[in-house]
Each structure stands twice: as structure tokens, then as C-alpha cells.
Design a protein around this ligand. Structure first.
Ligand SMILES: Nc1nc2c(ncn2[C@@H]2O[C@H](COP(=O)(O)OP(=O)(O)O)[C@@H](O)[C@H]2O)c(=O)[nH]1
Ligand SMILES: [Mg+2]
Length: 480
């Protein structure tokens, strides 16, 4: 580095670095050499495990025998993949290493649930398929950026389109029906005793928001399994734990005759809601969610089966709602450069190793039925979509068991609670969405499993179901 350059102030150094980085990114985007992949899914749908598996399959892809549908591997054009310094230096790095440590521990365990945002950039080196391009540039690089975040925060995105009054009405309507009617009882009773047109003490405001938060946390418990829980930071505060920004709640009824603004309960809560939207939600959206090229939507359909009809409907509404917050459409040179739109979307039913292999088509069909609304909306924008049932990490194997003289297709794995190996008949995925009355107790019982013992994970073997199809759909055309 020349002398004059080293004498520049650190601030100018920093700006030059930023400029150089932005220029590099614009160049990569204009040449279609970078992809921002949106991994979208509600809490516990399998995002962190999916990202870990995707990184693993790519890093170990060169010699992989396990990715037959990922054409770049099958045609020997993949030269290697490395995790690289990410573009946003202020965001923590996605800890792929820690996730692999957990999976390869003895006994193996799942990665920690996610409580904050993290990011990873992968650089994939490959030989172009096009012989003309290959002459000019025998080795190309595709950059793939992925962020991981708590699924709870996704539910904040739809709030951007809702006024305080609309959000209050929506919440009140949800609380009119079971199981929320029962679970919200304490909060509703407290609110019935508050005159929202009068100024309120700090204590009343705090109590109202605390009871509302308690209600959301109760809804989230495994036995209720509800997912449409807003605001997202109330159930997963992350770095905002205890912050006054989280002290507000909706109203059960909006009063008709109040002043335009003031210090009454209603207006204080309204201002806090707007402040949350501005400082938390809009910031999150602007920084991380406003620009994607490809998307995978992960859904744990089997969890919804286990908990019943209301949970299923709740999950369905939540996913369809969240997907309205993304930008879809075909890209041209300029749109790719400026903001980027999602032009391919993969719907994935996760944890497909919880069912027998013959049920995979039914699982896919069921996910299609569940997300018909979202699928119609994005197809209308000219977006290519596909549905796949996948397991980022296959924890079970298919076995046949004899039951009352008949051969029964079962799966065998180590149960998550306890460390016993069990063989179970998990049940069949219905061809259609069952009616509420068909959702009888115990009809579906899909067990959770531990990761299998993975002695070869560091040598490249992470068993999966259909990760290669997902990779091909999401990235395959970028390697032309
Ligand atoms: N059997 C099986 N379980 C999985 C798989 N992926 C995720 N899980 C289970 O789902 C849980 C949540 O996954 P995680 O990726 O942390 O979900 P996230 O909240 O969306 O990031 C894990 O702890 C596992 O119990 C999979 O491919 N197979
Ligand atoms: Mg996670």
C-alpha cells in the first residue's frame, strides 16, 4: 500500500472499503453472479437445520454421491464451495461450525434454537456449462447470501400494512374463538376494567402489555401450538428483552369518541405500536427482507397434524399472510440491480423423514393444498414455483414390521425424548384437508427424532431426503 494511502484517516479508509464493496456487489448482481436466498419459515419449521444442511451439501458437494438431482455435481462442474466474509459486517456470522459440532457430538443433538439474526455468504466455484462462455471464463463464481433469524419475527412483517385499529380488530376477532378465547381470558378481563379514553398510569399500561405477552406465550406452548402470534418480538424478544418498545397491546374495542391524540390509554398504546413498527419492524424489513432473488418456504406440516384443526388453520393463515410481504416477479437487468424480485419459489414440507417414503407424494400434495392462496398470488406474477417434501437431515430409515399377520411400512429412529430406538407406523397423510370433525385425538402421531449417529459428517456425509432437488430448483439455472 502506498504511503499517501496509509496516511488517510480511518474514516476515509472505511468509506473507500465500503465503496469498493458496494461496487463489487453491483458488479456481481449486474452479471447475475450473486443470489440472495430467502429461507422463510415459522418458528421450528427447520430453517437452521436446512441452512446447515445446504452449506454442508455444497461444501462437500465436489465428491458427493448423494446429490444425483443437483446437475452441477452430477456433471462434474462443481469445483468447490467456501464460506466467505459476509457483505454485512455488522451482522453476526451464521455458526455453521457450531451446528455441525452439535450434530456430530456423542450423543448427537440439534442446533440451538435461534434467538437473533445471523448471515452466511457462500462462494461457489464452477465450470460454466455453455462452451462459448467456458472459453472466455473457464472458472466462474456464484455468491449465495443467506440469513437466519427467529421465525417468530416473520409475523411482524404483515403489521407494516396494519394500522393500530386494524391490528386491534384482527386480534379481538381471533380472541373470539377457541382456543384463544380461553387463553386470553385474564388479559381480556383486565382490559374490560380499563377506561381506554382516560389517561392511564404506567403501572396499568405495563400490566396490560404484560398480560397480553403472557397470553401470546401461552398460545405458543407446545400443547396449543399456535403460530399466528403478533407482535413477533413479544414471543422472541432477542436483543430487545425488557425494552420499553415492547410495552403495548391491542384494544378489544376502539372507542369512537376520543380526541385525535392525547395521553389517554388508547393513544399512548397507539403511539407505542407505531413506534414498534417504525423502529423494529420497518428496520428489520428494510435491512434484511426487502431484496431477495430466490425463496424457499419451509413448513412443518406434520406438527400441525399432531396438534389439531385449529393449529393447522392457524399455521396456514400465518404462512399465507407472511408471504404477502415479499416482492415477486420476473427480473430484468435493471430490477435485478436495483431491488431484485423473487423469481423462483420452492414450497418445502420439512422433516419428511417423519413419514414413510410412500407418503412423500401425499405430503407434497397436502402442502400444495395448504398454500393454494400464496401459490396463486405468486404464479400470477410469473414466478416459477415447485413443491417438495424434504428432510435436511434424515434421522430415520424405512423398515417393514409384521402386525397381525400383515406387513406394515414403518420408520425407525431414535426418539427425541429419551434415547430409545423405535419403529413406528406414523400414519398416512390424507389426500385432502380433513374436516374439523375428522381431526380426532390421536389420529396423527408423528414423533420427533434425534439426529442419527453421524461418524462421517466431517468427511462429507449428511444423509438427507431431496436436498439435491431443492438445490437444483433454487440455484441450478445460475450455473449455466
Ligand atoms: N427428523 C427431522 N427433524 C428435523 C429436521 N429439521 C429440523 N428438525 C427438527 O425441528 C427442530 C427445529 O429445527 P430448526 O432448524 O431449529 O427450526 P427453525 O426454528 O425454523 O430454525 C429441530 O430441533 C429438530 O427437532 C429434519 O430434517 N428431520
Ligand atoms: Mg432457527
Amino acid at each position: 500500500m502506498t504511503d499517501w494511502f496509509s496516511k488517510l484517516t480511518p474514516d476515509i479508509h472505511h468509506r473507500l472499503d465500503n465503496l469498493q464493496q458496494s461496487f463489487g456487489e453491483i458488479l456481481d448482481r449486474s452479471m447475475d453472479r450473486s443470489v440472495r436466498l430467502a429461507v422463510t419459515g415459522l418458528s421450528r419449521s427447520g430453517k437452521t437445520v436446512f441452512i446447515t444442511s445446504l452449506v454442508h451439501q455444497l461444501i462437500h458437494g465436489v465428491n458427493s454421491q448423494h446429490l444425483p438431482f443437483f446437475k452441477i455435481v452430477d456433471s462434474d462442474r462443481l469445483l468447490g464451495t467456501k464460506a466467505q466474509p459476509q457483505p454485512d459486517l455488522h451482522i453476526p456470522s451464521f455458526r455453521y461450525d457450531l451446528a455441525v459440532d452439535k450434530l456430530s457430538a456423542n450423543p448427537p443433538d440439534w442446533p440451538q434454537p435461534t434467538s437473533g439474526i445471523s448471515e452466511i455468504r457462500l462462494a461457489i466455484r464452477y465450470k460454466p456449462a455453455n462452451p462459448v462462455l467456458a472459453r472466455f471464463s473457464p472458472v466462474n463464481t456464484l455468491y449465495v447470501d443467506i440469513i437466519d433469524y427467529p421465525g417468530e419475527w416473520l409475523l411482524d412483517l404483515p403489521l407494516l400494512d396494519l394500522s393500530y385499529e386494524q391490528w386491534s380488530e384482527q386480534t379481538a376477532a381471533l380472541c373470539d374463538k377457541e382456543p384463544r378465547l380461553r387463553l386470553s381470558n385474564t388479559w381480556r378481563t383486565f382490559m374490560d376494567g380499563v377506561d381506554v379514553t382516560q389517561p392511564a398510569t404506567d403501572e396499568t399500561l405495563r400490566k396490560a402489555s404484560q398480560l397480553f405477552t403472557d397470553f401470546l406465550m401461552e398460545c405458543k406452548k407446545k400443547e396449543h401450538g399456535l403460530t399466528l402470534l403478533q407482535p413477533g418480538r413479544f414471543t422472541m424478544p432477542g436483543d430487545l428483552k425488557g425494552a420499553p418498545l415492547l410495552e403495548f397491546c391491542p384494544l378489544l374495542r376502539i372507542p369512537s369518541n376520543t380526541t385525535k391524540s392525547g395521553n389517554d390509554f388508547y393513544h399512548v398504546m397507539k403511539r407505542r405500536y407505531e413506534s414498534y413498527k417504525e423502529h423494529v419492524v420497518r428496520k428489520f424489513y428494510r435491512e434484511h427482507f426487502s431484496r431477495f432473488d430466490r425463496q424457499i418456504v419451509l413448513a412443518d406440516v406434520l406438527k400441525a397434524f399432531n396438534t389439531g384443526h385449529e393449529t393447522f388453520q392457524d399455521m396456514r393463515t400465518a404462512i399465507n399472510l407472511v408471504l404477502k410481504s415479499f416482492q415477486y416477479g420476473k427480473n430484468n437487468f435493471f430490477s435485478r440491480l436495483l431491488n431484485g424480485k423473487i423469481d423462483k419459489l420452492l414450497f418445502a414440507a420439512t422433516k419428511a423423514d417423519h413419514v414413510t417414503p410412500n407418503q412423500l407424494p401425499n405430503l407434497e400434495r397436502f402442502l400444495q393444498l395448504m398454500l393454494t392462496e400464496a401459490n396463486n398470488n405468486v404464479m400470477f406474477e410469473g414466478v416459477e414455483t415447485e413443491t417438495v417434501a424434504l428432510a435436511s437431515l434424515q434421522c430415520t430409515k424405512a423398515v417393514t414390521q409384521q402386525y397381525q399377520g400383515q406387513a406394515l411400512s414403518c420408520i425407525q429412529g431414535i426418539q427425541k425424548e429419551g434415547d430409545k430406538s423405535v419403529a413406528v407406523f406414523p400414519g398416512e397423510i390424507p389426500a385432502d384437508i380433513p374436516l374439523p370433525e375428522d381431526w380426532v385425538d390421536g389420529r396423527f402421531r408423528f414423533l420427533d427424532f434425534r439426529p442419527p449417529h453421524l461418524p462421517n459428517v466431517r468427511n462429507g456425509v449428511l444423509p438427507h431426503i431431496r436436498m439435491d432437488r431443492a438445490l437444483e430448483f433454487l440455484l441450478g439455472d445460475k450455473f449455466s
